[in-house]
Write a protein that binds this ligand. Structure first.
Ligand SMILES: N[C@@H](CCC(=O)N[C@@H](CS)C(=O)NCC(=O)O)C(=O)O
Length: 202
């Protein structure tokens, strides 16, 4: 059975979300989001940086949330949650799937570091403000792309998990303003999905 190495309120929720959407059984190794677990010798043997998510599948050990999503869909997804290669939705699927780690998560990381993770005396106000501006700029095209649409690439797909998760995080950081109504409605829509709710509760 697949085993997901997980910490709450982290990107490993994306994998829980995907597995729940696919209705696949899996074992969860729920660690604390704390160096005592993430930087332990056991976990560093799974991921050299001591990060999550990591997926274990028999002899396979794989990290990077996007790679894990693709791995699960390719081996077990039966063509679901991803447009076919010759579908007109396929380029948008690829673009938005990768936009999550490429454009949205980098400023989110800086915001998290300078609000939650570092002690107040080590936080950098300039870096925080710059990251907030960058995140606002990165979210605007998602809001535009969602004009008149429910999902990013045709019907609900793994791009909506990968970038949807980052969008929900952005909302929690107070970064989805009144000027982004499509994105706000999208986040609401995603949060109605039972698999999304289970992922954020895991
Ligand atoms: N690009 C990686 C990022 C992995 C990552 O940074 N995970 C965070 C949780 S969201 C983590 O494990 N942080 C713990 C740490 O930095 O010590 C992915 O998408 O899996």
């Amino acid at each position: 059975m697949l085993k997901l190495h997980h910490a709450p309120n982290s990107r490993s929720g994306r994998i829980v979300w995907l597995l729940k959407e696919l209705d696949m059984p899996f074992e969860l190794n729920a660690m604390a989001f704390h160096p005592k677990d993430l930087k332990s010798d056991d976990h560093r043997a799974r991921h050299p940086l001591g990060r999550v998510p990591v997926l274990e599948d028999g002899d396979v050990m794989i990290y990077e949330s996007g790679a894990i999503m693709e791995y699960i869909m390719a081996r077990y997804g039966d063509g679901g949650l991803k447009p076919a290669v010759d579908s007109p939705d396929f380029p948008a699927y690829l673009q938005w799937f990768h936009y999550s780690e490429g454009m949205v998560m980098p400023p989110i990381n800086i915001i998290m570091v300078n609000t939650v993770l570092l002690p107040p005396d080590r936080r950098d106000e300039n870096a925080l403000n710059q990251a907030k501006r960058l995140l606002g700029k990165a979210l605007a095209p998602i809001n535009e792309a969602l004009e008149g649409k429910e999902y990013l690439a045709g019907t609900f797909s793994a791009a909506d998990i990968q970038l949807g998760h980052a969008s929900i995080m952005s909302g929690r950081l107070g970064m989805i303003g009144d000027d982004m109504p499509n994105l706000a409605a999208y986040v609401e829509r995603l949060q109605q999905r039972p698999a999304c709710q289970e992922a954020f509760a895991a």
